[in-house]
Design a binder for this molecule. Structure first.
Ligand code: HEC
Ligand code: HEC
Ligand code: HEC
Ligand code: HEC
Ligand code: HEC
Length: 220
């Protein structure tokens, strides 16, 4: 038989622990700025390379997971390494229209076409320590591109991409019409209400239960 006393003391311990953690979060927040930029809806920082989701995910229709392959396998969706960019940019070094114009001009002038390298693509080559022809540059050491974070939940919140992707939610449900964004921006407000409202109403595909709204699901 279940012991009601031990059950309620366990429940009490959990409740007290939760209350402690959360009151600490509340008290410490103004002091330590625990909130971070979680609620920063519309946040759209400048990026070191003018990468466009409208062009790549929209016009060129490259699947989100081609670059954010980690979203299925790990907590973070991750930003792709530059080697993924080089799958295409080893050849595409400037807008096609300019490359074609140069090819036509070279043919007319009976010379070899020059390698065209646009300013933004050059940044990829520079970061990889490569010259325009793709060989290691003697006077450049590779240094990673420092993309600026757009989304940033406070540290006391636990989020994981895996269960969401596994439940069949598409990226745009949370990130908005990314394929139209010239510059990435935060679409949802990432507030607790936003998370909980969806957990309350969403039944993961093939089940009758709803996503959990226990405090401990999202708070350590
Ligand atoms: C060709 C590679 C590529 C594809 C395809 C791509 N992305 Fe990205 N994504 C990036 C890069 C690079 C960044 C970092 C620069 C930036 O924020 O624009 C990024 C950033 C993001 C961010 C913001 C990350 C942060 O800092 O919070 C989100 C969200 C995102 N992508 C979602 C998507 C979605 C959804 C799709 C599909 C519709 C998609 N991406 C397709 C390369 C890609
Ligand atoms: C249920 C909502 C939801 C869905 C669905 C979702 N994301 Fe996210 N995504 C978030 C939240 C919330 C964050 C901020 C996480 C943080 O700050 O710890 C985030 C952060 C990111 C980031 C930047 C930080 C990181 O995790 O590396 C990228 C890139 C990203 N998402 C891409 C995607 C892609 C691509 C998909 C589809 C495969 C997707 N997301 C699906 C809610 C979602
Ligand atoms: C699947 C192929 C593919 C991948 C992967 C890819 N790109 Fe592109 N990218 C293109 C094409 C095609 C163009 C358009 C060229 C044009 O304008 O005709 C382009 C254009 C660009 C441009 C603008 C071009 C310019 O000359 O100014 C930038 C910047 C860029 N990509 C950055 C990136 C970065 C950064 C990554 C990796 C995160 C990446 N691309 C991954 C195919 C790709
Ligand atoms: C658009 C709907 C939606 C939004 C928004 C959303 N979630 Fe979820 N979440 C789900 C679904 C569906 C599941 C899968 C539940 C399952 O498989 O039992 C889930 C699962 C989870 C899980 C795993 C739970 C477990 O028991 O394994 C965590 C953690 C989580 N969500 C945290 C968050 C946080 C934090 C936010 C806000 C930043 C958030 N979610 C926003 C729909 C959503
Ligand atoms: C589905 C995920 C999820 C669940 C479940 C959840 N929270 Fe939250 N909670 C969040 C997110 C996300 C934030 C951060 C919001 C922000 O940055 O404004 C947050 C923030 C908070 C804060 C900080 C104050 C604030 O408004 O920023 C407190 C306190 C809190 N939650 C208490 C609770 C309690 C108590 C429960 C259980 C009844 C609970 N949470 C359940 C996602 C969740």
């Amino acid at each position: 038989m279940k012991d009601p006393a031990s059950f309620s003391s366990r429940a009490l311990t959990v409740a007290l622990a939760a209350a402690l953690v959360l009151s600490l979060a509340l008290v410490a927040r103004p002091v330590l700025d625990l909130r971070g930029s979680g609620n920063d809806q519309g946040h759209s920082p400048e990026q070191p390379i003018a990468y466009s989701h409208r062009l790549h995910a929209g016009e060129l229709a490259i699947p989100c997971l081609y670059c954010h392959f980690a979203a299925e396998k790990s907590r973070s969706a991750g930003i792709p390494p530059l080697s993924v960019c080089m799958n295409c940019h080893a050849r595409v070094t400037a807008p096609f229209i300019d490359v074609r114009a140069e090819d036509a001009a070279a043919l007319k002038e009976k010379r070899k076409p020059r390698v065209l390298m646009s300013e933004e693509i050059r940044k990829i080559y520079d970061a990889l320590g490569l010259t325009s022809d793709g060989t290691p540059s003697p006077d450049r050491t590779p240094s990673p591109v420092r993309w600026n974070r757009v989304h940033n939940l406070p540290d006391f919140v636990y989020f994981d991409h895996r269960p969401h992707v596994a439940a069949g939610l598409i990226c745009q449900t949370c990130h908005g019409p990314v394929e139209t964004m010239e510059k990435m921006s935060q679409h949802s407000d990432l507030s607790m209400g936003w998370c909980v409202n969806c957990h309350r109403r969403t039944k993961p595909a093939g089940t009758v239960r709803r996503a959990s709204t226990d405090c401990a699901t999202c708070h350590y």
